[in-house]
Write a protein that binds this ligand. Structure first.
Ligand code: BJ8
Length: 424
């Protein structure tokens, strides 16, 4: 990585602690990613983005702030990025995916809190992530209890605007989300000193839809056998989608897809065509959480699709672009975002329907339902996921894990036994 020490010092980061992270990340990335054979050339861009993760994009965000722009940090796929970009600001995903940040979170949170929340709070309190330091405001949401309480702690360090997400999907709930988007617009406008217009919102609905389309195109390539790209690589790209510049990201994903189309035409793949095809469902995998994909693919499986927030939940369903007034656009945004199926909703049958649909579309042999420890909603929903898959005759493996590597070998043993069963 180039030298960004002055920038990190100016941000008030803990450089000594941060150096430890900078030392371990390249090794982890090298062993999980760079060891793969026959990776598409289009991955070079994404490798670069990860190699410079705490440098290149943070310096772009700072340059934006120096020109008077604002940066908003987000933690959930229900937060409409379109609104933030329409105000001339930048949205960047902040969810922490590394064990490195967990002890920092445990200083203020109960140990039996989900690692995603502990890592996110720890990254801010320890001062070891530039993105957390740069953001002028965080946008939280009321999805789960742990997050709700974490906002109160984080709000002591940086302003947090919390969106009240309804947890049912009746017409009045969709209307309530529309109202929450209106409140977000006001708050973002105040913070930025700009006005969101129908024209700026239309432009940014297109921008984010473009990103969604590119990701949908990428995921579609994985319906082929052999798969032209590994699941690991697609996971990485999806994780990068949360913080990269949207226009540049879209261009890079489309360029990669051109290369993958050429591979498909030649029946060229990265994983043998007879490898078991796996769908992963469950809680999100924030960067740099690559554990499960690594265990699966280094054990001979092909991860072909993720029903995750770092997966199909992030990009399916574009926002209707035909609306011309702000009110109509907000309604279209609310309708699109309320189609996401998070386990914090009751009922959440749409998620089961999605899993069963994706199993067919991607010709899946087995499902791995993987949840982060202490996530009550997803682990409870596992019962319904399991029943639906069994009724459909699809083998399923349930995993509960955290960000540490302690269970790596145990996971490998369970995954290998599952894959052997699929091969029979
Ligand atoms: S839409 S999954 S990104 S809330 S933080 S719920 S893992 S205990 S992240 Fe999420 Fe939005 Fe839903 Fe997706 Fe569980 Fe942890 Fe809570 Fe979590």
């Amino acid at each position: 990585m180039a030298d960004y020490r002055q920038m990190w010092t100016d941000l008030g980061m803990d450089l000594e602690k941060h150096d430890i992270l900078c030392q371990v990340l390249p090794d982890a990335f090298g062993s999980v990613y760079l060891s793969q054979e026959n990776r598409p050339e289009g991955m070079d861009y994404f490798n670069f983005v990860v190699a410079e993760i705490h440098g290149v994009r943070p310096s772009e965000l700072i340059a934006h702030q120096q020109k008077g722009g604002k940066v908003f940090g987000t933690f959930c796929v229900y937060v409409p990025d379109e609104v933030i970009f329409a105000a001339g600001a930048i949205a960047t995903g902040l969810c922490g995916g590394s064990q490195f940040w967990v002890p920092g979170g445990e200083k203020v949170l109960p140990a039996n809190t989900c690692p995603l929340i502990k890592a996110s709070v720890g990254a801010r309190l320890d001062g070891t992530c530039p993105f957390f330091k740069i953001a002028d405001m965080y946008i939280g949401e009321t999805t789960c209890d742990g997050k709700k309480k974490a906002w109160e702690i984080l709000n002591e360090h940086v302003p947090v605007h919390v969106m009240d997400l309804p947890q049912m999907k009746r017409a009045k709930d969709i209307k309530a989300w529309e109202d929450e988007i209106k409140i977000l617009i006001q708050r973002v406008e105040e913070q930025c000193g700009t006005k969101i217009t129908a024209a700026s919102l239309a432009e940014n609905i297109k921008l984010i839809n473009g990103k969604r389309q590119a990701l949908a195109r990428l995921y579609n390539t994985r319906k082929n056998s052999p798969v032209p790209i590994s699941g690991k690589d697609v996971l990485l790209i999806t994780q990068i989608a949360f913080y990269d510049d949207p226009a540049r990201f879209t261009e890079q994903v489309n360029a990669l897809c051109d290369e993958l189309d050429a591979r498909i035409a030649k029946s060229e793949g990265v994983i043998p065509a007879d490898a078991p095809r796996i769908l992963i469902t469950g809680t999100p995998m924030a960067i740099p959480n690559w554990k499960l994909h690594h265990v699966l693919e280094s054990s001979g499986a092909a991860v072909v699709v993720e029903e995750l927030c770092t997966g199909t939940r992030y990009f399916e369903n574009p926002v209707d672009e035909s609306k011309t007034t702000i009110d109509e656009q907000i309604k279209a945004l609310a309708e699109r975002y309320m189609k996401i199926n998070c386990a914090c909703f009751t009922p959440n049958t749409g998620r089961i329907d999605d899993i069963l649909r994706l199993v067919k579309e991607y010709k899946v042999d087995g499902v791995v339902d993987c949840n982060l420890q202490f996530c009550g909603t997803y682990s409870t929903e596992s019962y319904l996921v399991d029943r639906a898959l069994k009724e459909a005759g699809i083998p399923v493996l349930h995993i509960e894990t955290d960000y540490s590597d302690q269970d790596f070998e145990q996971l490998r043993t369970r995954v290998q036994a599952f894959l052997e069963m699929l091969e029979k």
